[in-house]
Design a protein. Structure first.
Length: 424
């Protein structure tokens, strides 16, 4: 674009430019843009297109280093982004920095022509204070950068940035309406920049918080796994007390998982871990049952039977500290409920009993029947399966019984179950 074309465009712009509508357009764009760098590009591009200036530059505060950096520039005489950096004690920055002091200018901006006029006045040039020498340095900075108009942008008394404008291609002076427009634009831009910085800071703090929460969660999970391993070791100790039921836990876990798959239960991810833990820990509450009751060779008295039944509630209590094991706790608490509602400890009925607990109930009972116990020898697999069928609908869920029987018969037929080991 030639200088003549730019000049003609500028004349037309000055005649019909609607400043209020322009500000509204820019404000709408500021709301839409969340990133400060895109916002600054919008401002410089808008001014470059509308006002026919040699260049438009933005000097923005960099809080981390307490300096001001040229972040964006447009026009033939633009300053490359990042090329120039002004420390907070630079004359131009000090001139606008707060707390504000009395200056020879009425308005909160600097025109190069006004500076020259002021410095030519003898009473100011010879003033005892340092204003004249500082203003000379500001003038030199503006001349080096070929800047005609400098407008600061504040947010809550902090100097956020400086809008630096080159002269017009037409050679005309800036009008009061244009200067007012640029002041409003600088103010709005400063607010938008600080808002964007605040939002960015908030996002970073949220990310930091999320990372810390993840670390805490990892530690919590690690602690819970350690606690779980302790509980599992205790459960194995309980099993070791009764040599005749050695291997009960691992067999119940294996058969229970196979039965769940046969029923089409989702065993992906956490679902698998929950059922596996419940099958492994279903009798952990027996830790709290005295040995003389747990290993009694004869029948239990009513009082002893009540103590034995309490193992489900004790097991749930042991798992109380494990927040990840809430469902495991519920399964353990329910694995002696009966399908007809006559079980313990809460008398739950039918599908009010978790499906996982119904699986544990069937598998646990089957293994108890075929295993040798201190009070009797183990029975045959066929007898145990017949017993399950007989109690389907009363003690056990019929669908779980059917699925379990299919699993047992199929695994035996394929030689994947050691009948001798199962009946140990």
């Amino acid at each position: 674009m030639t200088n003549l074309t730019r000049t003609n465009r500028q004349k037309k712009t000055e005649q019909k430019f609607d400043y209020q509508e322009a500000l509204r357009d820019v404000a709408r764009s500021m709301v839409r843009l969340k990133r400060p760098d895109r916002l600054l590009k919008l401002i410089t591009r808008f001014i470059d297109r509308q006002f026919g200036l040699h260049h438009t530059s933005l000097l923005v505060h960099e809080p981390s280093k307490n300096r001001y950096v040229f972040v964006n520039s447009k026009g033939a005489r633009r300053v490359p982004a990042g090329l120039l950096k002004f420390d907070s004690d630079h004359p131009l920055i000090r001139w606008f920095a707060l707390p504000r002091r009395k200056t020879p200018f009425q308005e909160d901006y600097l025109l190069l022509t006004d500076i020259k006029k002021t410095l030519n006045k003898a009473h100011f040039r010879l003033a005892a204070d340092s204003r004249a020498s500082e203003l000379v340095k500001v003038q030199k900075t503006m001349e080096v950068l070929r800047v005609e108009l400098v407008i600061p942008g504040y947010f809550k008394n902090d100097l956020v940035g400086i809008l630096m404008l080159g002269g017009k291609f037409s050679g005309r002076f800036f009008t009061s309406s244009e200067i007012l427009f640029f002041q409003t634009l600088a103010h709005d831009c400063s607010m938008a920049i600080k808002t964007a910085e605040y939002n960015q800071s908030l996002l970073e703090k949220n990310r930091e918080l999320e990372n810390r929460l993840q670390e805490i969660e990892k530690l919590r999970h690690k602690e819970q796994r350690t606690y779980y391993e302790i509980i599992r070791s205790l459960a194995e100790e309980v099993e070791a007390k009764e040599p005749t039921v050695f291997g009960h836990v691992s067999q119940v876990e294996k058969l229970g998982m196979m039965t769940a798959r046969e029923l089409g239960i989702d065993l992906s991810g956490q679902h698998k871990d929950i059922l596996s833990a419940a099958l492994m820990l279903h009798d952990v509450g027996k830790i709290g049952v005295p040995d003389h009751i747990l290993m009694k060779p004869g029948s239990l008295t009513p009082e002893e039977w009540e103590v034995m039944k309490s193992h489900v509630e004790k097991g749930a209590k042991i798992l109380e500290p494990l927040s990840d094991f809430r469902k495991v706790k519920e399964i353990i608490l329910s694995h002696h409920e009966r399908f007809d509602g006559t079980g313990y400890p809460r008398g739950l009925k039918g599908e009010d009993i978790l499906i996982e607990a119904r699986i544990v109930s069937v598998v646990d009972s089957f293994h108890a029947i075929v295993s040798n116990r201190c009070y009797r020898e183990g029975r045959s697999i066929d007898f145990a399966l017949q017993e399950l069928e007989h109690c389907a609908g009363t003690q056990f869920d019929p669908q779980v019984v059917e699925a379990f029987i299919r699993v047992i018969r199929r695994e035996i037929a394929k030689g994947r179950i050691d009948v001798t080991a199962l009946q140990h």
